[in-house]
Write a protein that binds this ligand. Structure first.
Ligand code: ATP
Length: 346
């Protein structure tokens, strides 16, 4: 990785107003994203993981500026885009592209593949002439390993995996620096999933793309990411390098999430940690640490003070009061082996 910062997000908040009452006024807010910071460098993948409803997609949509932000900053290639007018932002949209989960609904059924790929090239004025346009379209098909003559076909003539390749080609057509993959492989069959992940990794290495990989599937993330950020109820609770995070989680929520990831080893299984209760509502998040209502290690302070995300060693960030206890009293540091690798005979 070059260390060239492509995307920088600082204290991002997105609160959706809840309308109600007789006059239809604002009666509350959904605190979907409530103070999230991260960065992604050229050639790097940051995966954003967490249970459904924790705010992952809202982070993705916020950095794509699909709606106005409540507060915070988003810098793309060093320029702030969070407060840009739609007109100023339009040409910069080339630099950040998205691949959504459902390749069936994200392609216009009335456009052939050629037109789908030509659209961003034309919109951003990237082709010199029609011969250049045609060559670019051909090269995009090569990049995603589809035959060039398939450009004359309609989206419904392709399988799910092939359609996702077309979505990737469309994202690449704009020559972006960063791609947001919002559950981009979640709807695909297992074998197709692996092929698309491999393709994304190859393209990243070839083009130096930065990737924000939004996923609830930790088994996929473990296979392909550089760093991981774990979200819970609108906040990032842990960020670390892939090996650090999977090898020794420093937040009880991450520890529980990892305990549910299957181990690719016959006869072995992880010691499963089942969290009590449901995820609280993002309309009225718990005071103190948002995770304390479900945390197996919660103590008094967790119910009162909100823990800050901070470096608890070697760039491994977590937001948990346990790290203020003496090491021998910190249950996260006193495992026989890190949860992710602890196996017990089946
Ligand atoms: N437009 C909206 N208006 C009101 N609330 C919203 C809106 N979009 C999302 N939310 C709420 O914000 C919270 C976070 O949603 P978000 O889709 O970002 O979560 P997620 O982690 O991506 O979950 P999933 O994987 O299920 O999509 C949820 O409680 C959701 O209901």
């Amino acid at each position: 990785m070059s260390g060239e910062r492509i995307l920088e997000v600082s204290d991002l908040k997105k609160h959706f107003p809840i309308r109600g009452g007789l006059m239809g006024g604002t009666v509350g807010h959904v605190y979907a994203v409530d103070g999230v910071s991260f960065h992604i460098d050229r050639g790097e993948t940051l995966s954003l993981v967490g249970e459904s409803g924790c705010g992952k997609s809202t982070v993705g949509k916020s950095v794509l500026r699909l709606f106005p932000l409540t507060s915070g900053q988003v810098a793309l290639n060093g320029r702030r885009i969070d407060d840009m007018s739609p007109g100023t932002l339009r040409p910069l949209r080339r630099e950040i592209q998205v691949i959504f989960q459902d390749p069936f609904s994200s392609l216009n059924p009335r456009m052939r593949v050629r037109e789908i790929l030509a659209e961003p090239i034309k919109n951003f004025g990237l082709a010199k002439d029609s011969a250049d346009l045609e060559e670019r379209i051909g090269q995009l098909m090569d990049k995603v390993r589809l035959p060039r003559d398939a450009v004359n076909r309609w989206p419904h003539e392709f399988s799910g995996g092939q359609r996702q390749r077309i979505c990737i080609a469309r994202a690449l057509a704009a020559e972006p620096d960063v791609i947001v993959c919002d559950e981009a492989v979640s709807a695909l069959d297992v074998s197709v999933k692996a092929q698309i992940v491999n393709l994304l990794q190859d393209l990243q290495a070839e083009l130096g793309l930065a990737m924000l990989f939004i996923s609830h599937d930790l088994a996929i993330v473990e296979h392909m990411t550089h760093r991981v950020a774990v979200m819970y109820l609108g906040k990032i609770v842990e960020v670390a390098d892939r090996k650090q995070l999977f090898g020794g989680p420093r937040h009880p929520y991450t520890e529980a999430l990892l305990s549910a990831v299957p181990v690719p080893m016959p006869g072995a299984m992880r010691e499963r940690i089942v969290l009590k209760g449901d995820v609280p509502s993002p309309i009225n998040p718990p005071k103190g640490c948002r995770f304390h209502t479900r945390c197996p290690y919660a103590f008094d302070r967790c119910r009162k003070d909100e823990p800050m995300l901070r470096d608890n060693g070697e760039g491994h960030f977590s937001a948990c009061h346990l790290h203020d206890l003496p090491a021998e009293q910190n249950p996260l540091l006193n495992k026989a082996a890190p949860t992710a690798f602890r196996t017990i005979a089946a």
